[in-house]
Design a protein around this ligand. Structure first.
Ligand SMILES: Cc1cc2nc3c(=O)[nH]c(=O)nc-3n(C[C@H](O)[C@H](O)[C@H](O)COP(=O)(O)OP(=O)(O)OC[C@H]3O[C@@H](n4cnc5c(N)ncnc54)[C@H](O)[C@@H]3O)c2cc1C
Length: 481
């Protein structure tokens, strides 16, 4: 028997836009497929006003809520582990306006990332943050996770590009922060909502800054016979204040997987590492940056360096990089994508550690990362049907995170905390810090119905660490708490 309020949801958004039963299985996890849950329904409102009515109804019923964009997240943030209702933005796909003079765009949260740059192109503009998932992920999901991408080395992650937004909170009230003022006075609530991972409400509309398309873009590929040499080349480029827009490294396992896949980019098979550097801007400054890259690559004994000859070759080089996670499907059916931050002076050391940690556990690890930002993605290919392998993967992930934190790095560069990293929040923050975060959350959602049991550890870390109580659903085989 269905709950009466599910019928009421159908009245609000239309019967086709409420999904229940076996049809909702595709929503049971995001890209972090180790943790799954089945909610009571998926609801797809069309706009802010339908979202308000849905949220008001669910507030009356006291139902937990999970906001969801495209479900490409890699930390379990959009998985309905505590049941309840998932509110998806798949129908919120409108680009309301692009203002070429203010260089802004007003969009709905379900717009796919790459669609915004396509729409801005005729105005000579583009949207800079470019997650590798940009052909699928939504701008609302990008805001919730404060997502990055290769070109965020120059342009900064999502939060740098959000001017304003509209949020429907857990009670169904609208927080309209779409101010037309460039820098409104008062507390920076827009900044607070960026990166809040669906804990404060559903973002329905966003106003973004756009960038002017550069006069000149050039991409260089440098090929190395050791990963160390590629890392050292990047560290020296950073120390020389290189003006690049993107600096990325792929290792041997990843190169092979890419070259075996539909994303084949012409990376030399057998190379230990490929470094991709892009420069954009005026012709002269681009030339200076490229000259510096070539000089440093030679100094670090690159075995080959090559400039992309035209736009098509450049696109091919980037398609290989952006398809790298997908290409790892050639190695094993599942992929654990770690997302950690290393101080840029310790890139080489932490990459080595990750490789060792995986080798000791007989795991297949590939490295593909935003080297310029120190944002590492050690990726472990595995088969989730193999329980022992899953145990070793999670152990390796934990040790890699701990190694980064111990060396002054951080827990997440761009994928968020979600479920995967909740417990490790205790390694980065003390109970006093976490208590402030809980109080901020409670101010916006006193009943903690928005994306419950995500991001913030469920209990004071110090009290439970020795008592063996779970700090996150990841520590409880049943998922529920
Ligand atoms: C192949 C691949 C490559 C990737 N590359 C990158 C990369 O280069 N950089 C990067 O940063 N990430 C990357 N990711 C991770 C992921 O794509 C990003 O985190 C992305 O921003 C998630 O967007 P989404 O629409 O899929 O959100 P979802 O996965 O649906 O949700 C992510 C989180 O945001 C919340 N949320 C979603 N929409 C809203 C909303 N409207 N209001 C409030 N909360 C919301 C959810 O509750 C959840 O906590 C990659 C993922 C894959 C699979």
């Amino acid at each position: 028997m269905t709950e009466a309020w599910i019928d009421e949801l159908r009245n609000i958004v239309g019967p086709r836009n409420v999904i229940t039963g076996s049809d909702s299985l595709a929503w049971e996890s995001d890209g972090f497929s180790l943790v799954r849950g089945q909610g009571m329904a998926i609801v797809l409102p069309l706009d802010t006003s339908e979202t308000v009515r849905v949220m008001q109804l669910l507030a009356e019923e006291g139902v937990p809520l999970v906001p969801r964009g495209a479900g490409t997240g890699l930390t379990g943030g959009a998985s309905p582990v505590q049941g309840g209702v998932t509110i998806g933005t798949a129908r919120m796909r409108k680009i309301f306006s692009i203002d070429p003079i203010e260089r802004t765009a007003h969009v709905q949260a379900g717009v796919v990332n790459s669609d915004l740059s396509l729409a801005a192109k005729p105005h000579g503009l583009f949207y800079a943050p470019d997650p590798s998932s940009q052909a699928a992920c939504t701008l609302g999901g990008n805001v919730a996770n404060n997502s990055g991408g290769p070109h965020c080395f120059m342009h900064g992650a999502t939060t740098r590009h959000v001017r304003g937004l509209k949020l429907v909170d857990a009670q169904g009230e609208v927080l309209d922060l779409l101010s037309s003022h460039a820098d409104p006075a008062g507390l920076d609530l827009v900044g607070l909502i960026n990166g809040s991972e669906g804990m404060f409400g559903v973002v329905t509309e966003i106003n973004f800054r756009l960038e002017v398309l550069p006069e000149e873009v050039q991409t260089v590929i440098a090929v190395f016979s050791s990963l160390d040499a590629a890392c050292d080349c990047v560290s020296e480029a950073i120390a020389a204040h290189i003006g690049a827009s993107a600096i990325e490294i792929l290792d041997k396992l990843t190169i092979t997987a890419v070259e075996d896949s539909v994303f084949a980019a012409g990376y030399p098979r057998g190379a230990e590492a490929v470094l991709l550097v892009e420069a954009e801007g005026g012709a002269l400054e681009v030339q200076e940056t490229i000259d510096l890259v070539l000089q440093l690559a030679n100094k670090h004994e690159a075995i080959e360096t090559r400039r992309a000859s035209d736009g098509a070759e450049r696109a091919r080089l980037w398609a290989g990089r952006k398809g790298a996670f997908g290409a790892m499907g050639r190695v094993a059916p599942d992929l654990y994508v770690a997302d950690v931050v290393a101080p840029r002076t310790r890139l080489r050391e932490i990459v080595h550690l990750a490789v060792e940690i995986a080798a000791e556990r007989n795991l297949r690890l590939g490295n593909v990362f935003h080297a310029g930002d120190g944002n590492l993605h050690p990726n472990i290919a595995y088969d989730r049907r193999d329980e022992d392998e899953v145990r070793r993967v999670l152990e390796a992930g934990r040790l890699i995170m701990e190694a980064c934190i111990e060396r002054g790095g951080s827990l997440t560069g761009e994928h968020g905390v979600g479920l995967e990293k909740m417990t490790h929040m205790c390694d980065l923050f003390d109970d006093a810090d976490l208590s402030v975060m809980h109080r901020v959350r409670d101010a916006l959602d006193p009943k903690r119905r928005m994306n419950p049991t995500k991001v913030l550890p469920l209990r004071a870390c110090r009290e439970v660490r020795n008592a063996g109580m779970p700090l996150s659903p990841m520590e409880n085989p049943e998922g529920k708490l």
